[in-house]
Write a protein that binds this ligand. Structure first.
Ligand SMILES: Nc1ncnc2c1ncn2[C@@H]1O[C@H](COP(=O)(O)OP(=O)(O)OP(=O)(O)O)[C@@H](O)[C@H]1O
Ligand SMILES: [Mg+2]
Length: 240
């Protein structure tokens, strides 16, 4: 059995005739933050969908802590923060309740929160700077505030593997610094994080490793080398 937290071998994904991922192979260690970088349409979100077992047509091998994606999710080993989350403006659920959903996971909605659940939710809200807004309806938050609420929901899941698809999208600089600190703490606790980001400037602070993606893996290694102009030119077509 592989010691990798995230283990992918020769993953291929196509949507009809559109090839989204081709021959992706990677191993991510426990206790590491890996940045996933690539231009729009390069397959980042597709990789996350495959890792959570949402792409039945994906070919290749995926193991999360030695389990297939569905088993890993059922066992509560994986938390996923999606790139976009569709929320009705009038959805009658508070920010605190949204984050609490992360605690219920597979136990169902009927379970009553215990003191430890409430404490974990309060701590996560504090960590993303949303304590003041905890009792607002989720639909009454701005886009960046809402993003932070979903990051908090991912944090309280207490998962060994965290998959975050652009957690900084639309988030302001202060909140980004807060969230970066939280993600590093989670890493220091031995968790494995894969984080898609378009914020190249934030990478040295956040990441132990970087994957440059354009349907296939162009580079996987240390952040300083990833950010060299020739590698960025390879990834984005022109140096950004
Ligand atoms: N459900 C789908 N049906 C058909 N094509 C899709 C579908 N989802 C994604 N694609 C295509 O697959 C490719 C990869 O998309 P993906 O969403 O994984 O990119 P991404 O790297 O996450 O981009 P972004 O930075 O914009 O979030 C794109 O060409 C996209 O148009
Ligand atoms: Mg995406």
């Amino acid at each position: 059995m592989s010691a990798a937290a995230i283990h992918v071998r020769d993953l291929h994904v196509a949507y009809g005739s559109v090839i989204a991922l081709s021959g992706v192979t990677l191993d991510l260690a426990p206790g590491s933050v890996t940045g996933l970088v690539g231009m729009n349409g390069s397959g980042k979100s597709t990789l996350f969908s495959a890792l959570i077992g949402m792409l039945p047509g994906a070919r290749g091998e995926i193991r999360l802590l030695g389990k297939d994606p569905a088993a890993a999710r059922t066992a509560g080993l994986v938390a996923f923060v999606p790139q976009t989350e569709v929320i009705d403006r009038d959805f009658p659920i508070s920010v605190r309740e949204v984050v609490m959903l992360g605690r219920f996971g597979h136990l169902g909605f009927t379970r009553r929160p215990r003191a430890t659940d409430r404490a974990a939710v309060a701590a996560a809200l504090e960590r993303v700077g949303l304590t003041e807004l905890a009792d607002r309806p989720i639909g009454a938050l701005s886009g960046g505030q809402r993003k932070r609420a979903f990051v908090a929901r991912g944090i309280v899941q207490d998962a060994r593997v965290l998959l975050l698809d652009e957690p900084f999208g639309g988030v302001d600089a202060v909140s980004q610094t807060l969230i970066t600190g939280v993600l590093r703490e989670l890493r220091d606790e031995g968790r494995s994080l894969l984080v898609a980001t378009h914020d190249l400037a934030g990478i040295p602070d956040l990441c132990d490793e970087v994957i440059l993606l354009n349907k296939r893996i162009l580079f996987h290694g240390d952040p300083a080398t990833a950010l060299r102009p020739e590698n960025l030119a390879l990834t984005f077509g022109v140096a950004p």
